[in-house]
Unconditional design. Structure first.
Length: 203
């Protein structure tokens, strides 16, 4: 098929003139961009399939494929960044709800516990993200740093789960409480996925 503004001569293929090169370059760049985009998307899908919640993993990270590319460390860093942002937003929401005047003493107590637990979780996630962004030294030292990050992320997940379990165990039917639990369950799922992706790093 002839390229735009290019001349094909039988037996000689495409003959390039001064108008042909820009269109050819554009076509090649477009093809390369498409191939790269597909490669990055496929990489993310494969990586997310190693998590407990692959659909959530892909949906939360698919807009960052051009940044992640096929780099495992960038993938883990972005997954942790997304998780921390979601956790921070959720904590603000729960804190705001706690200031409402329609809560029973039981509900207020559960929300206070959740606020404390989410605060601890956010601290662990921040510490993890900071450490992940400053990996250095020998392979043994990096392995030690990664091990610490895994420990902190596991602690964050425990805090999140403790909050949701506290709501579930008391069998509170209030819609606000159910929404709080649903939101924090989502954070726990993101944290679980980020930890699974971290476990895939070759350290």
């Amino acid at each position: 098929m002839a390229l735009p503004n290019c001349v094909e001569v039988e037996g000689f293929g495409t003959v390039f003139d001064k108008d042909c090169a820009p269109d050819l370059l554009f076509s090649l760049n477009a093809a390369a961009t498409k191939n790269s985009s597909e490669t990055y998307t496929n990489y993310l899908k494969k990586a997310c399939n190693s998590t407990l919640y692959p659909q959530l993993c892909f949906e939360s990270l698919s807009s960052y494929t051009s940044t992640i590319k096929t780099n495992g460390l960038k993938l883990s860093t972005k997954a942790l960044t997304v998780t921390l942002k979601a956790a921070s937003n959720t904590s603000k929401l729960v804190t705001s709800l706690s200031k409402g005047g329609n809560l029973s003493m039981t509900e207020a107590g559960i929300i206070k516990d959740c606020i404390d637990e989410m605060g601890d979780s956010i601290d662990m996630l921040k510490q993890s993200l900071k450490a992940l962004g400053s990996l250095n030294g020998s392979d043994d030292h990096i392995q030690f740093q990664i091990s610490n990050i895994k420990t902190w992320m596991s602690a964050a997940l425990t805090d999140e789960t403790t909050c949701t379990d506290g709501i579930a165990e008391r069998k509170i039917s209030d819609e606000v409480m159910r929404n709080i639990r649903k939101t924090i369950v989502n954070i726990a799922m993101l944290t679980s996925n980020a930890l699974a992706l971290l476990n895939k790093l070759p350290y």
